[in-house]
Design a protein around this ligand. Structure first.
Ligand SMILES: [Zn+2]
Ligand SMILES: [Zn+2]
Length: 154
């Protein structure tokens, strides 16, 4: 009998797939909530759950072909992209609709004197105008105040 054979025989049973249940989704959620509170981050349970689901997506093994493919959705489109394969018709259509909706949303621009317009100036390498600079100063003041409150409450 060779050493390799011994090793193989002694190796433990293959690990179960890392499904949320397998490594304690609820415990992970509790840990994440606790960490977020400790850091004084103002996040709702829902936001923390979203964070965890993002982390889990990256922890889970790549999806296999047995899972139903969400064709005709942005998720399906992104999955095609991840697999470096051309997206199917329904998924391409979903992506087209999504980017059309995004263009429509971005066409409604916030006027000057808002935080959004301030960042628009910066994105365009422009010097922010006076109303935008004031809006940004007020935003930063409010942010610092919120953060100070959060830290004091922690
Ligand atoms: Zn598809
Ligand atoms: Zn402006």
């Amino acid at each position: 009998m060779t050493a390799v054979g011994t090793l193989e025989r002694a190796s433990p049973a293959p690990l179960p797939l890392a499904t949320p249940e397998a490594y304690g989704h609820d415990q992970a959620l509790d840990a994440m909530l606790y960490a977020v509170r400790r850091m004084g981050i103002q996040a709702t349970d829902r936001q923390v759950a979203t964070l965890l689901s993002v982390a889990e997506r990256h922890l889970l093994p790549p999806e296999t072909d047995e899972e139903p493919f969400p064709h005709g959705t942005m998720r399906g489109y992104r999955r095609h992209r991840r697999r470096r394969e051309p997206a199917c018709g329904p998924c391409r259509e979903a992506c087209r609709l999504e980017s059309a909706a995004r263009r429509k949303r971005s066409r409604v621009q916030k006027p000057c004197g808002t935080e959004a317009a301030y960042h628009r100036h910066l994105r365009r390498w422009e010097e922010p105008c006076q109303p935008c600079r004031e809006a940004h100063r007020a935003y930063v003041r409010a942010y610092r105040k919120r953060r100070a409150h959060a830290l004091a409450a922690a």
